[in-house]
Design a protein around this ligand. Structure first.
Ligand SMILES: CC(=O)N[C@H]1[C@@H](OP(=O)(O)OP(=O)(O)OC[C@H]2O[C@@H](n3ccc(=O)[nH]c3=O)[C@H](O)[C@@H]2O)O[C@H](CO)[C@@H](O)[C@@H]1O[C@H](C)C(=O)N[C@@H](C)C(=O)N[C@H](CCC(=O)O)C(=O)O
Length: 488
């Protein structure tokens, strides 16, 4: 079992062993006072709302005997030994790395406003394709790719994160695709993680409540490329912040990807958006070739290029990597295809804002040779102002709309419909059907094989919340039932 002696702790902290005769042995480290016990070293880390050292009394009451605190604070206590260091986070990471486990061989971090989760999901799949056991840390889950646990945050706190990475390494995961949020980068939650590869997708307005302005937001993301461990950096040349990010990547091997810019190392030519995916000529540093990417949406071409570029220097067999693109699966509930021959293309997506609906519909329009039909609803007990905007986005970007229920929660569906329809005109092409099951069936049965049906809002959610009761409901399941009647 992993353990740390008091002397080892003092040595890592830069104190000579002789300064203490303590012979204690610690079995773990802790940053949350509520989990402290006599066998742990408590690390008092700085926070946003509060700081770890505000909880020393509770740590002491739980029997903890030693705490690492930042220097310069007046924290005298008789009942606990305080070890002062300039940077407790650095010492925490040093203890973890030296005595509690090892990290996966490859950690690929992805940052950017959009696309992080999908890019990570594709990286993890490409890794499997070239024989590397892979894992994920991000919104799609945490853990080995075939055994993901639900993620509470995009990027967890520094201790959970290190323990998770070590557990993955211990269970044979060789590559982890890692979503690095701007909050986590700003707060040092990822400090000490030995990322070898860093990827930047794009930057647009988001999280300004936290960062204040775009410069601060961009600078938080840029921190990733300044990590000393990063030896490969990947940037989307189509984004105007790419060069700002690249400035921080001095000394690292930089690769660029682009949907069509031939100055990039990875780009595509002759892109054709087909009913079930994207076909193009892929240009990469070792040549070019035709690729069919079985994913929907032009933006997924960019996401797949990002994943490919990030894996390029890791993979020995580049052609296997390129072949892997044709085997990529989309993330559950995101542009998720419900496939059946001789039926319309049906897509389940979690778009639940007017902007997301617009993006999803515009992406699907390019794959559609017939009519584009949209089924969606607006959630109850949430922002009422977005309801007419969602309806407008659906009407503007689809050829026909089925307005139905989402999660009405405790609100009446009639009220939700009234809000959604407030600015709708009679001559617009839509139907209103409160029963989501019926709306999905009707939309599919009324479609021709050339049409595309988007079922939006719930993604891979498996319930519908009506009056506080969660009833089993799965858009994909319902779509498949309707498709069966369609085909028969
Ligand atoms: C505003 C913000 O980002 N807060 C984050 C921050 O919280 P904080 O600094 O306030 O932490 P705190 O809870 O006061 O604790 C400070 C220190 O005291 C310790 N503590 C705290 C309480 C206690 O009783 N005892 C105790 O010892 C804590 O363990 C910690 O070491 O540090 C915590 C630990 O890392 C984070 O979990 C927490 O994220 C909150 C919950 C959150 O949800 N943040 C959002 C904004 C966020 O991070 N989102 C991004 C995704 C963004 C995207 O959509 O792309 C994410 O990565 O999930």
């Amino acid at each position: 079992m992993a353990q740390l002696t008091h002397i080892q702790l003092l040595n890592l902290a830069g104190y000579s062993s002789g300064s203490s005769s303590h012979s204690a042995i610690y079995t773990h480290v802790e940053t949350d006072s509520r989990k402290a016990d006599p066998q742990c070293v408590f690390f008092a880390l700085p926070g946003v709302a509060t700081n770890g050292w505000d909880y020393l009394d509770s740590v002491i009451s739980l029997g903890c005997k030693v705490a690492v605190v930042p220097t310069g604070l007046c924290l005298k206590r008789d009942d606990i030994e305080l070890i002062s260091v300039d940077n407790p986070t650095e010492l925490l990471v040093a203890c973890l790395h030296s005595y509690f486990g090892h990290m996966p061989k490859h950690i690929v971090a992805v940052t950017g406003t959009n696309g992080k989760s999908s890019i990570c999901y594709y990286i993890a799949q490409l890794a499997q394709f070239i024989g590397l056991n892979s894992g994920l840390v991000g919104t799609f889950g945490i853990g080995p790719l075939n055994d993901l646990s639900e993620a509470k945050q995009t990027t967890p706190d520094i201790l959970s994160l290190h323990l998770t990475l070590m557990a993955m390494a211990g269970s044979g995961v060789g590559l982890v695709a890692f979503e690095a949020s701007s909050h986590a980068l700003d707060q040092g939650r990822v400090d000490g993680v030995p990322f070898q590869t860093a990827v930047f997708s794009n930057l647009s307005r988001d999280h300004l409540d936290y960062h204040g302005d775009m410069t601060a937001y961009a600078s938080a993301k840029r921190r990733l490329f300044a990590f000393k461990s990063v030896s490969n950096s990947v940037f989307c040349l189509d984004d105007s912040y790419a060069h700002f990010m690249a400035e921080a990547a001095e000394g690292s091997n930089c690769h660029y990807y682009s949907e069509q810019n031939s100055r990039a190392d990875f780009y595509v030519k002759n892109l054709i958006l087909e009913p079930t995916g994207c076909r193009f000529i892929l240009c990469h540093p070792e040549g070019e070739g035709v690729v069919f990417l079985p994913l929907l949406g032009r933006f997924n071409v960019q996401n797949a290029l990002a994943a490919l570029a990030s894996m390029w220097s890791i993979a020995d067999d580049k052609s296997a990597l390129v072949r892997g693109l044709s085997a990529l699966r989309g993330a559950p509930g995101r542009m998720d295809k419900v496939q059946e021959l001789n039926a319309p293309l049906i897509v389940v997506d979690f778009a639940h804002t007017s902007e997301a609906l617009k993006v999803a519909l515009q992406a699907l329009k390019e794959h559609c040779s017939g009519r584009l039909i949209c089924v969606f609803g607006c959630g109850g007990d949430r922002d009422r102002g977005k309801r007419p905007l969602m309806m407008a986005a659906a009407l503007q970007n689809a050829d026909y709309v089925w307005l139905t229920s989402d999660n009405p929660r405790t609100e009446s569906i009639e009220q939700i419909f009234l809000d959604a329809l407030a600015q709708t005109h009679d001559d617009e092409l839509f139907s209103v059907e409160p029963d989501r099951r019926v709306a999905i069936a009707n939309a599919i049965l009324s479609a021709t094989p050339n049409d595309v049906v988007l079922i939006a809002g719930k993604g891979h959610e498996s319930y519908q919340d009506i009056q506080g009761i969660k009833h089993h409901f799965d858009d994909k399941e319902e779509a498949l039932k309707a498709v069966k009647s369609y085909v028969n």
